[in-house]
Design a protein around this ligand. Structure first.
Ligand code: NDP
Length: 315
């Protein structure tokens, strides 16, 4: 049968390119889980995705209620869940003050990590029920959360510290809006959220892979300097970042190429290994990359999992 894949944040950039790449094979029905229904419909049409190859469903990761409602609506659709791709993210590099999700969590960690954490925990039941031969849960990571690389060492660096801010609920009132308890920094909050994404993937692998056979993986798709992720950056940055990545660092990839990479991790029969952080070399060949010390720290992964469970109401 045709597989069914849920892709969050499929209304632009990497998510849209991935949705398109998977739908085009004819082997997948793509559920585009998006906060802006009309934008997602228009994006699918202008990307040339065939009617019937996708369904747009509403999901706002910045609201735990919306996450729960999405899971309900997905179940009512009667489709099986074979692959879940957690791709959506916000990045606020120039924000001076924190903003917050519906539940009062700082927006970047609240959306990129906590929203996806609840979503993937709830959908584990559905993944386990599927009879698809290769079930996967993919969480998009980033090099920027990874301090063993050049890009990961551009300040401010990711650092979860002792997680006192996370444990306090990241609300900016009686706790800091930052995971490590420090002063708000939008760029760092994004990087911290990506470290949480990579730690969560590994904790899922440790807790569930053997028992369920589900593949858990993360990836750095390359620098897709043209996506909406950089929409809040200053204009000069947005002008210079794509050519800088293309000609100087040579880390640039097009949205199409990055979409193919994520589609591979989601569906390619050769990438079934679990617990892996995939990257691609200059010839666009995939390899198992190393994570930074913090992003592969098993104690931190367990702590992120346990604290997050409390925050999203699972414990
Ligand atoms: P985009 O900004 O183009 O896409 C982000 C997507 O997330 C959009 O569809 C956006 O929706 C969606 N989104 C944001 N907030 C929410 C929310 N509250 N609920 C639901 N959806 C939401 O950026 P990219 O395509 O670049 O980013 C995709 C992923 O790739 C991210 O995980 C990012 O960290 C990762 N990444 C990107 C790199 C790059 O160089 N661009 C490099 C490494 C990793 P909407 O369309 O409504 O705004």
């Amino acid at each position: 049968r045709q597989g069914c894949v849920v892709v969050t944040g499929a209304s632009s950039g990497l998510g849209l390119a991935t949705a398109k790449a998977l739908a085009e094979t004819g082997k997948w029905h793509v559920i585009m889980a998006c906060r802006d229904f009309l934008k997602a419909e228009r994006a699918a049409k202008s990307a040339g995705m065939a009617k019937g190859s996708y369904t747009v469903m509403h999901l706002d990761l910045a609201s735990l209620d919306s996450v729960r409602q999405f899971v309900e609506s997905f179940r009512r659709s009667g489709r099986p869940l074979d692959v879940l791709v957690c791709n959506a993210a916000v990045y606020q590099p120039t924000a001076k003050e924190p903003t917050f999700t519906a539940d009062g969590f700082e927006l970047s960690v609240g959306t990129n990590h906590l929203g996806h954490f609840l979503l993937s925990r709830l959908l584990m039941d559905d993944l386990q029920k599927s009879d698809y031969p290769s079930k996967r849960l993919i969480i998009v990571g980033s090099i920027t959360g990874n301090t063993n690389t050049l890009a990961g060492n551009v300040p401010p660096k990711a650092n979860l510290g002792d997680m006192r801010g996370l444990a306090g609920g990241l609300n900016g009132l009686n706790s800091s809006a930052m995971i490590d308890g420090g002063d708000f920094d939008g760029a760092k909050a994004y990087k911290d959220s990506k470290v949480c994404n990579m730690l969560t993937m590994q904790e899922f692998h440790r807790r569930y892979h053997e028992e369920t056979g589900i593949t858990f993986a993360s990836l750095y798709p390359g620098c897709i300097a043209t996506t909406g992720l950089f929409r809040e950056h200053i204009p000069l940055f947005r002008l210079l970042f794509p050519p800088f990545q293309k000609y100087i660092t040579k880390g640039y990839v097009s949205e199409d190429e990055a979409g193919k990479r994520l589609a591979q991790v989601a569906a390619d029969p050769s990438l079934t290994k679990s617990g892996v952080y995939w990257s691609w070399n200059k010839d666009s060949a995939s390899f198992e990359n190393q994570l930074s010390q913090e992003a592969s720290d098993a104690d931190k992964a367990r702590k992120v999992w346990e604290v997050s469970e409390k925050l999203v109401g699972l414990a």
